[in-house]
Design a protein around this ligand. Structure first.
Ligand SMILES: O=C(O)CCC(=O)C(=O)O
Ligand SMILES: [Fe+2]
Length: 318
């Protein structure tokens, strides 16, 4: 039987959005939007494979290498390897490799990190100072809100699993094309989450026997081209396919007051401390319910769910 495709909501595309317009009308809506024609500096014309190789040189980078396009965090079908940056960029830009780790047509993905991977936050100005000069990051938020700037380079075809980050984000697509599918934080119940990631890897052809509720998730979608900036509000899920080899830079900034965030968060994906604490307390409550026989546990668990709905849900959500 033919399956009916669920509807896709196009992400709004807006041109020439000033800082004032963004902050007054767009940012408060907490919805993704593609900003076209932003002033991004020389990077959009300068960042060829040869220029990047030469500008950065042989500095070592840790990358994801995957034999298949769709990376899977559950089965871990990818490996981490280290390459000199110039070698990595050349390889990521080619489809078939003379030298490779897993297979001739393996795919590569770089997500830049800080000097000390555990403690330092990715900042293109620190790890790739020569390239940072070529980028003009849209200053649509206050300097104190800045969290990180992450350099991302991807082979054609590579798909990054659906996940959320806890910071607001400008995903600046400098070169290459991407398809981004997004889901609202409201649709979390339909995404089968494992931490910050969705277990539904194949968003185009989901296994509905395993993930029946996924059909209820409303998919937003946009296609990014060189020079586009996608605003991804904190907690919005995103799934990214690189349709071409491409270079991107994403800037994370804090939406909440600084003291709400986990001080040990280097990736921008640790839940705000109040949320982590609440989840811990919930886990303790669940443990406590185990002291009761099933009939009682079920009754009190349902009452607790009702209490959570009544006290903590917002009332303008569908
Ligand atoms: O475009 C990509 O490679 C992934 C983007 C992403 O996950 C992000 O900017 O948070
Ligand atoms: Fe992300």
């Amino acid at each position: 039987m033919e399956r009916r495709e669920p509807p896709v909501v196009p992400v709004e595309r807006l041109s020439g959005v000033t800082r004032e317009r963004f902050l007054s009308y767009i940012y408060p809506q907490r919805k993704p939007v593609v900003l076209k024609g932003m002033e991004l500096g020389a990077c959009t014309t300068k960042w060829t494979v040869d220029y990047l190789s030469q500008a950065v040189g042989s500095k070592e980078v840790k990358i994801h290498v995957s034999a298949v396009p769709q990376m899977d965090f559950l089965s871990k079908n990818f490996v981490y390897r280290t390459l000199p940056f110039d070698v990595f960029v050349q390889r990521a830009a080619e489809v078939n490799h003379k030298e490779y780790f897993l297979s001739e047509d393996e795919k590569y993905y770089l997500r830049s990190v800080g000097e000390d991977v555990r403690k330092d936050i990715a900042d293109i100005r620190k790890q790739f100072p020569t390239l940072a000069e070529d980028v003009q990051i849209p200053e649509y938020f206050e300097k104190e809100q800045f969290f990180s700037s992450v350099f991302r380079i991807s082979s054609a075809g590579l798909q990054l699993w659906t996940h959320y980050d806890v910071m607001d984000n400008f995903l600046i697509q400098v070169t290459g094309k991407k398809r981004v599918a997004l889901y609202s934080p409201q649709d979390a119940p339909y995404l089968y989450l494992s931490g910050t990631k969705s277990e539904v890897l194949d968003v185009d052809n989901p296994d509905l026997e395993k993930y029946p509720l996924f059909v209820k998730a409303r998919r937003y979608q946009c296609f990014l081209e060189a020079g586009d900036v996608l605003f991804i509000p904190a907690l919005w899920f995103h799934n990214v396919i690189s349709e071409e080899f491409g270079v991107a830079l994403n800037v994370f900034w804090k939406h909440l007051p600084a003291d709400c965030y986990d001080k040990n968060d280097t990736y921008g994906n640790k839940d705000p401390t109040a949320a982590s604490r609440a989840i811990q307390i919930l886990d303790r409550a669940l443990k406590t319910l185990e002291e009761l026989p099933e009939e009682y546990r079920d009754f009190y668990a349902r009452r607790m769910v009702l209490r959570i709905q009544e006290k903590a849900y917002r009332n303008d959500y569908g």
